[in-house]
Design a protein around this ligand. Structure first.
Ligand SMILES: O=C(O)C1=C[C@@H](OP(=O)(O)O)[C@@H](O)[C@H](O)C1
Ligand SMILES: C=C(OP(=O)(O)O)C(=O)O
Length: 432
């Protein structure tokens, strides 16, 4: 059996005292990948300023290039030349990695390219939900063939995509809805998407999609809750500044809560649909304070953390950060509304439960979330399951628990390749 190389284990640094730091985080994954899609479908070249440079955005750029667009990457901006009007010959192959935004947002664009396209990804991508989106595309006039509703997916629409009215159960992922809305203007009839499921996760991410459509002049409406219409029409070319990634800011802000310190994240937008913005009220639920001013967001930690009872359905991607905080709190916590996390990068409810308990904690899965009760933690291995946010959770726990070794810290490269350096910067401001 191959022995593990020492560099695969990252000893999470223990905070020597309250951290005091100012951490600037790179651009938003969700916004970078939405604007890349819209730029590829636009009438003329567009520019993204301060895009996120990470595995997920490189995969999105690579996918669009495979379909015939061009992405020119300068230091501080990416210029996108849209897909050509006449399809190139031959089959295109798209690597989705483990990126939900790529595996969900690219299929409708692939159909609009009028090429034969095969999409596949990491082994973990082959278990993430796709069936509802594939069925919807079939209903809109795309020929599809998949492995029982999962990647790999083969599709083609040589005559273009008819579009029209489609019902879809998006309870497994809001990204199904966003995918159809982002490309819907390119369909002959536009698209009307009706969500039929009982629950709809990550609603702010759908609002983000609608706002980006407005930014580029694609006409849309929401005639009733759970129904969205996009008129036929191409995005106009645009030049946009990408907001910092607020979800990636949360582990650094969490460090202020864990250590009773103060962390500032500059350039925090006053108006945003990013999930990470919810950390302002989450920090207060744990007993901290969050102040937003022109300098950025400042989070200050309390002496000890409260337990919390939170519905995270709108902001599920924050769960690993919140669960790590809950495992360090003085009282019990309940996290609700997040059953769909079983289909994220990994089954996050299973992963968080297993890893918190491996460190001696007391976490339990419920039908739609987690129960986490206070218990003294000890050091040990913290597995990350190819999940960038599991690595963030391990780092947060390691601030307070000596001897936490995070496996494969490089998995943070999915959305924040600079995570280890930024974490060191955070700790260099810790006053004993
Ligand atoms: O549209 C997006 O950019 C995202 C939507 C959400 O997906 P789900 O609705 O599948 O949770 C979120 O968790 C993911 O990190 C990014
Ligand atoms: C769920 C996430 O990612 P993805 O875009 O791959 O769905 C996430 O980043 O927490």
């Amino acid at each position: 059996m191959a022995s593990e190389r020492p560099q695969d284990l990252w000893p999470a640094p223990l905070a020597g005292g309250p951290v005091r730091a100012r951490i600037a985080v790179p651009g938003s994954k969700s916004l970078t990948n939405r604007y890349l899609i819209l730029a590829a479908l636009a009438e003329a070249p567009s520019r993204l300023r301060r895009p996120l440079r990470s595995r997920d955005t490189a995969l999105m750029a690579g996918a669009l290039e495979a379909l015939g667009a061009q992405v020119h990457k300068d230091d501080d901006s990416w210029t996108v030349v849209p897909l050509p009007d006449s399809p190139a010959a031959g089959e295109a192959r798209v690597d989705c990695g483990l990126a939900g935004t790529v595996m969900r947002f690219i299929p409708p664009v692939a159909a609009l390219s009028r090429r034969d396209v095969v999409l596949d990804g990491d082994p973990g991508a082959r278990t993430r939900p796709m069936a509802a989106l594939i069925d919807a595309l079939t209903g809109l006039g795309v020929k599809t063939r998949s492995a029982d509703g999962y990647l790999p997916l083969r599709l083609s629409a040589p005559e273009g995509v008819r579009g029209g009215d489609i019902a879809i159960d998006a309870s497994a992922s809001s990204q199904f809805v966003s995918a159809l809305l982002l490309s819907g203007g390119g369909f002959d009839l536009g698209v009307t998407v009706r969500h039929t499921g009982q629950t709809l996760p990550s609603r702010p991410h759908i609002d983000m999609t609608l706002e980006t459509l407005s930014d580029v002049g694609v006409v849309h409406s929401e005639p009733q809750p759970g129904v969205w219409e996009v008129d036929p029409g191409r995005p106009r070319s645009f030049d946009v500044l990408i907001e910092p990634d607020l979800s990636n800011a949360t582990p650094f802000l969490a460090a202020a809560l864990v250590t009773g310190g103060r962390v500032t994240v500059p350039d925090w937008p006053a108006h945003t649909h990013q999930a990470g913005d919810a950390f302002r009220w989450i920090a207060e639920a744990f007993g901290g304070t969050a102040e937003l001013d022109r300098d950025g967001l400042h989070v200050t930690g309390p002496g000890a953390l409260n337990g919390v009872d939170l519905d995270l359905g709108d902001v599920g991607e924050l769960t690993p950060t919140v669960a790590a905080l809950a495992a360090l709190a003085d009282g019990p916590s309940r996290l609700r509304g997040i059953a769909h996390l079983r289909g994220h990068e990994t089954d996050r409810l299973m992963a968080l439960t297993t890893e918190i308990n491996r460190l001696g904690g007391d976490a339990e899965e419920t039908a739609d979330g987690l129960l986490i009760r206070p218990r003294a933690l000890r050091g040990g291995r913290f597995e990350t399951y190819h999940d960038h946010r599991m690595a963030h959770a391990g780092a947060i726990l390691g601030l307070a628990v000596p001897g936490v070794d995070v496996v494969d810290i490089a998995t943070t490269g999915k959305t924040l390749p600079q995570f280890p350096e930024l974490w060191a910067q955070l700790l260099s401001g810790a006053a004993a």
